[in-house]
Design a protein around this ligand. Structure first.
Ligand SMILES: C[S@@+](CC[C@H](N)C(=O)[O-])C[C@H]1O[C@@H](n2cnc3c(N)ncnc32)[C@H](O)[C@@H]1O
Length: 286
């Protein structure tokens, strides 16, 4: 049965009539080499699209993220649906990054808007964006080329990336967790923990779970198959369960939240108490 979301009944016709610039969409449609992208961003051998991803029409788009339509319409719609405005919301994640990360991974990077912002904020860092959709990645690559930003784009599963352990000192996920079943979100957090260097930071920008719970209509704006399960969850607890320390979640405007955690540094061995210290100590207390 077709879902009766606010998007289908009211917003989609409004967007189509007033907010989507057909000329701009056609220009991007023609400029991106989708076919080459489909080959370049095919999943690595042995990995297949998981049923929770392939079987859903995210945002009411038949075929979900595995379509050019999803990629083409994502940015023009997202520009209007992250109040108070998209740049401010995304900057909130950048502002909470501690230090100067050198190896950054953006999970579920989509069309790369957050990934590009990360590279602009940390031009010396090696930045990698990972996503399951070859179409979202094709557009991300096009946007990075247009902006003359060097970013590595990879296709794969956020919950099983295949990257070696302890490779990244910052991992981000923007607007990903409301789109994955909670068990997968928790698997992604465990994978992020594995991939982080000791002392590394994880930052998550997504819907505010408290607000989504209290204002149920917010979960019925788009066709988001897992958003109600996400709303019932608790990112803080999920982060702690995955092993993170210094876990925090903050309201970011009232519909968004930014959650973060760190992978702890190894406990220092007590051998730092050198024999010199002990000699001084025994001299003082002699
Ligand atoms: C709502 S979009 C967010 C895109 C981007 N991070 C942003 O901030 O605009 C969610 C993205 O997550 C991707 N995705 C969903 N499940 C995934 C998974 N298990 N592994 C990797 N990517 C996934 C989708 O293909 C989609 O591009």
């Amino acid at each position: 049965m077709a879902p009766n979301t606010l998007w289908d009944t009211v917003l989609k016709p409004f967007f189509q009539t007033f907010l989507l610039d057909q000329g701009e969409l056609e220009q991007i449609q023609a400029a991106v080499d989708w076919q080459a992208g489909e080959t370049r961003y095919a999943l690595p051998p042995g990995i297949t699209y998981p049923p929770y991803y392939q079987s859903q029409n995210f945002h009411g788009i038949e075929g979900g993220y595995l379509t050019t339509t999803a990629a083409l319409t994502y940015d023009p719609i997202t520009r209007h649906v992250l109040p108070p405005n998209e740049d401010w919301v995304r900057q909130g994640l950048i502002d909470r990054i501690g230090g100067s990360p050198r190896q950054i991974l953006d999970l579920g990077c989509g069309t790369g808007t957050q990934t590009l912002a990360l590279k602009k904020a940390f031009p010396l860092a090696t930045v990698t964006g990972l996503d399951l959709s070859p179409f979202m990645l094709s557009l991300a690559e096009y946007k990075a080329d247009q902006a003359h930003l060097s970013i590595h784009w990879r296709s794969g599963l956020a919950e099983a990336t295949g990257f070696p352990a302890q490779q990244f000192d910052l991992i981000t996920a923007a607007l990903l967790f409301h789109e994955t079943p909670p068990a997968i979100s928790q698997a992604i957090l465990r994978e992020a923990f594995r991939l982080l260097t000791p002392g590394g930071q994880l930052l998550i920008l997504d819907g505010n779970q408290d607000s989504l719970r209290q204002q149920a209509w917010l979960t019925n704006i788009f066709e988001e198959p897992y958003i109600q399960d996400y709303a019932q969850g608790d990112l803080r607890a999920w982060l702690q369960d995955a092993g993170f320390e210094a876990v925090q979640t903050e309201n970011h405007w009232w519909v968004h939240q930014i959650a973060q955690g760190r992978k702890s540094l190894p406990v220092q061995s007590p051998t730092w108490r050198s024999s010199a210290t002990e000699t001084v100590g025994s001299a003082i207390f002699a």
